[in-house]
Design a binder for this molecule. Sequence first.
Ligand code: AQP
Length: 326
Amino acid sequence: KEVVFSAIQPSGTITLGNYLGAVRNWVTMQNEYDCIYALADLHTITVRQTPAVMRKNIIDAYASIMACGIDVEKSLFFIQSHVHTHAELAWALSCYTQFGELSRMTQFKDKSAKHADNINAGLFTYPVLMAADILLYQADKVPVGADQKQHIEITRNIAERFNGIYGNVFKIPDGFIPKNGARVMSLQDPTRKMSKSDENVNGCVHLLDTPEVIMKKFKRAVTDSEAKVRYAEGKDGVNNLMAIYSAVTGLSYEQIEKDFDGKGYGDFKTAVGEAVVEELRPIRERYEKLVADKAYLESCYRKADEIALKISSRTMGKVMKKIGFI
Ligand code: AQP
């Protein structure tokens, strides 16, 4: 079986965007591939975190992703900071990564504009840590959202460069954007992606939001003045709602346009909100049970951490030897 690797940052509560764009596909891939998933907590400290909030976010994210359907008996689901090879390989690979290529990363440009008071070196070298995450497991496939394409490209470049010097140490991974992986935009600013760390709380639907909160957020979603449900250029708000509705119900855009012909945005927003509430309801219920049993959660990640360390140490050992460490 091919190896799939993917990770998510516990930088806040998991969003509808993370779910429709990533985690939902992780769940379906479990049947076809050897899946390795990580909670990328080391990545979150590129932005300043409050310790108590960070601890809660990590546990909440672990429980929510399990609640989405990640089966820890089938897949590996570990916590990145518990597996020391990630930081080690990131250091080694940073010496095989050029300043120039990191400077071209659009996420760095976006995030450094957003956090102008804290443009730290970690924010800059973030793609190297991500490359280490993937390459340690000799992954064949890396499912990501469209926003991560550039990071997969640099991972391949670093791996090819390293292999070019030392022989075949790393498998060159293929990034792929799953066909049904929707790109979800902010409900308040539909030109920007929905983000965990969005300051505008109404822009972002969290997996653990109550039905009332979800409905309120959809009712307030930004649309346009045309008052016609159709997918078209310049209708970013409506397009986003259609993308979400289609991702959740499986209906085509054509069908949605037909169903809402002659109806206003109010009806459409209610329908999208209700569909999302129903999609998330079982996840929230499973989450409540899981998060109440911290000992069980800990036993799940401890087991996975240990296996991840074993697998990744094989690659790490090879890298150290090839470079010339004794
Ligand atoms: N809005 C989105 N639509 C579709 N997919 C998305 N992803 C993130 N946002 C959307 C996908 O979720 C996976 C995990 O993302 P991540 O946690 O590693 O980092 P991120 O992309 O930076 O996510 P956020 O929510 O925007 O976090 P913050 O606010 O901390 O930066 C990835 O596969 C990503 O493509």
